[in-house]
Ligand binder design. Structure first.
Ligand SMILES: Nc1nc(=O)c2c([nH]1)NC[C@@H]1CN(c3ccc(C(=O)N[C@@H](CCC(=O)O)C(=O)O)cc3)C=[N+]21
Length: 293
């Protein structure tokens, strides 16, 4: 058997087109242009690529993009000052501070300073708490992208055994919350889980978010299962160049799974599309407009 490959790149392009149409309507009917501010501290080359892609796709969706590149030695106080200025700037509807931050800056202090209404990453405790308690929230982008991709295969996720490998605040925990809200039976596995391969083999829906290249092997996958690979790991290829791989050993898993997301071209593009959607939604709410439909 060979799994269906879930085309995240195409699905993300469709979602971005919907967002662009929503932005155009907002401009036409209310004269409002959503604005997204992205803050990058330091020079991490991989981060710089993401920031550039986000900026380009933001503009393509008809939104304003504000980029703030700060030196790696920027103090926490200076970064918090910038975040407060962005909170107070009416042209800025969404704020993303790229993680990871340099070691001398406490990411929790930064996230805590972002206005929850502009927290398009959905990382603020207010948004995490609203998600956990079933209130309307800005929801983290990668987890939403995972659920949209899973729904391509299972339009109704009700009753599925879902196993999430990874317990980060950014992916593992929020994706588990979203799957619970979709009526899955959710297990969160992590580095201390015993017999993790056996736990994974129970999953109808397996979400890999551990950040370890190709950790999840073909033998961990239940035949016919849907596999969502959140990992984006740069590893050295045989010829010395860098190659992107997921947290799943793709060539093994695709022999067993019913459907699987590739890396690249799976969850990654969905993350940016959902960021743009969150920015549009945040803008509407800040102007007291309900999201249509
Ligand atoms: N506050 C914050 N929010 C984030 O959302 C955030 C962050 N910090 N720090 C870094 C990670 C990483 N991230 C990616 C987004 C898109 C792709 C993406 O589009 N990847 C493409 C291309 C990858 C490539 O070719 O390099 C793909 O998977 O097909 C990847 C990675 C968002 N992050």
């Amino acid at each position: 058997m060979s799994a269906r490959i879930i085309d995240g790149k195409a699905i993300a392009a469709g979602l971005r087109a919907e967002v662009a149409a929503g932005v155009a309507r907002l401009k036409e009917s209310h004269g409002i242009t959503p604005g997204l501010a992205v803050v990058l501290v330091g020079e991490d080359p991989a981060s710089a690529v993401y920031v550039r892609n986000k900026g380009r796709q933001t503009v393509e969706a008809g939104m304003a993009s504000f980029e703030h590149r700060l030196d790696a030695s920027t103090s926490q106080a200076a970064l918090l000052d910038l975040v407060r200025r962005l909170n107070d700037d009416p042209a800025v509807n969404g704020i993303l501070v790229q993680l990871p931050l340099p070691g001398h800056i406490d990411p929790a202090a930064v996230i805590d300073t972002i206005d929850p209404a502009k927290d398009v990453d959905g990382f603020h405790v207010v948004n995490a708490g609203r998600l956990a308690t079933g209130l309307p929230a800005l929801v983290p982008c990668t987890p939403v992208g995972c659920v949209i991709l899973a729904k391509q295969v299972h339009p109704d996720l009700t009753g599925l055994e879902a196993v999430v490998v990874g317990r980060s605040n950014i992916v593992g925990k929020p994706v588990a919350q979203l799957l619970l809200a979709e009526n899955c039976t959710v297990t969160i596995a992590h580095s201390r889980t015993r017999a993790v391969a056996d736990v994974c083999r129970r999953a109808d829906l397996l979400v890999a978010a551990v950040g370890r290249p190709e950790m999840i092997r073909g033998g961990w996958v239940k035949p016919g299962a849907t596999v969502i690979d959140v990992g984006i790991n740069r590893v050295a290829a045989g010829d010395g160049t860098a190659r992107l791989v997921g947290d799943v050993a793709f060539d093994e898993a695709r022999q067993v799974a019913g459907a699987i997301t590739p890396v690249p071209g799976g969850v990654g593009p969905m993350t940016i599309a959902c960021l743009l959607r969150n920015t549009l939604e945040a803008t509407r709410r800040q102007h007291g407009l309900e999201a249509p439909g």
